[in-house]
Design a protein around this ligand. Structure first.
Ligand code: 5GP
Ligand code: MG
Length: 177
């Protein structure tokens, strides 16, 4: 285990098993669709998207969006850093994310894709920090409920580090103090 990690919450094995189950459920729910467009939110969703897509039996295509949030004068503002390079009108979209916290990111991205005329937009998140919610938002597919701690690994970073860890763990306080 990496020495900056206090505790492992979700092992590689747990995430693989969970992704398999989620993939089966998604395959069943979308069985009548020609294809699903998986939209990953960069960069954190990449490892989970890669694992999840292997367990989906409906044909998928993938694409990515990068958004970042910063604190503006009144509230947090979401900025589009990299947009999709295809038209989503009429597509069945499944947004894939590493962690759902306040709900701001996913709510905004979902509304944007609905506004662009997608046939459907649902959300699959590896982790859900239920206690972190600031605005009401629910994902259709949730891997694990996550305690209200700062976690890294399996795509999740602290200052761009730890994304490569094959598990999700709690970062030691002394690392960011
Ligand atoms: P929100 O739901 O707050 O709009 O956004 C969720 C985003 O906040 C995630 O994509 C992730 O970048 C970041 N985030 C929230 N909680 C954590 C956490 O515990 N660890 C890390 N590394 N990022 C987090
Ligand atoms: Mg993120």
């Amino acid at each position: 285990m990496n020495s900056d990690i206090k505790e492992i919450l979700f092992t590689e094995e747990m995430i693989r098993e969970m992704s398999q189950k989620m993939g089966q459920q998604i395959s069943y729910d979308y069985k009548d669709c020609d294809s699903i467009l998986l939209v990953g939110l960069l960069k954190g969703s990449v490892p989970f998207l890669a694992e999840l897509m292997k367990h989906i039996t409906v044909p998928v295509t993938i694409n990515f969006i990068k958004v970042s949030s910063y604190v503006g004068s009144e509230s947090k503002v979401l900025q589009m850093k990299q947009d999709l390079d295809e038209d989503v009108e009429g597509r069945h979209i499944l947004i894939v994310e590493d962690i759902l916290d306040t709900g701001r990111t996913l709510k905004t991205v979902k509304e944007l894709l609905v506004h662009r005329g997608a046939a459907s937009v649902k959300v699959a998140t590896m982790l859900d920090k239920v206690e972190g919610r600031v605005i009401p938002f629910e994902a259709e597919y949730v891997g694990f409920e996550c305690p209200n701690a700062f976690v890294v690994g399996y795509g999740l970073d602290y200052n761009e580090r730890y994304r490569e860890l094959p598990y999700v763990g709690v970062l030691k306080e002394e690392v960011y103090m």
